[in-house]
Design a protein around this ligand. Structure first.
Ligand code: HEC
Length: 120
């Protein structure tokens, strides 16, 4: 292997590793806000505190996305909740309803309002 190949492999590995550890959400928070207001606000509320207008009618209350519990979760965990839904709760799956990009956008909006407290 010549030095160029070794260097580019090294750069690739470093690039991937920093993506995993930095937990960068590659979404657009502005676009995410629009997605949030249309699909999530009625349950999770304008303040992301879980007190949306529909929340009174629910037995399982929407998660307070500002809470330390949510903030301590990884981007991946939240994305799985959005994409797959949360079992036995009104949080249904958004896969097929939102594009992957819209899910990333809405996640970056959540993180912009309620930053992750995972130290990277
Ligand atoms: C019908 C009401 C409803 C709607 C609409 C809704 N959610 Fe939820 N969501 C819930 C409930 C209820 C839970 C909590 C489930 C539980 O107690 O584990 C939840 C949980 C979550 C969680 C997991 C939080 C955590 O700490 O694990 C995330 C993230 C989330 N919702 C994001 C969204 C996003 C983004 C949208 C819009 C695309 C959305 N939700 C739309 C009701 C809703």
């Amino acid at each position: 292997m010549n030095i160029r190949v070794i260097l580019s492999v090294l750069l690739l590995v470093m690039g991937c590793a920093s993506w995993v550890t930095a937990q960068t959400v590659r979404g657009n928070p502005q676009a995410g806000q629009v997605v949030y207001e249309k699909n999530c606000l009625r349950c999770h509320g304008a303040q992301l505190d879980g007190k949306g207008p529909d929340s009174q009618d629910l037995i399982v209350q929407p998660a307070n996305l500002q809470s330390p519990i949510t903030r301590s979760k990884s981007d991946w965990e939240l994305l799985v909740a959005i994409s797959n839904g949360v079992l036995f709760s009104p949080m249904h799956s958004f896969r097929g309803k939102l594009t992957d990009q819209h899910m990333l956008d809405v996640l970056s909006y959540i993180r912009a309002v309620s930053p992750s407290d995972i130290v990277s």
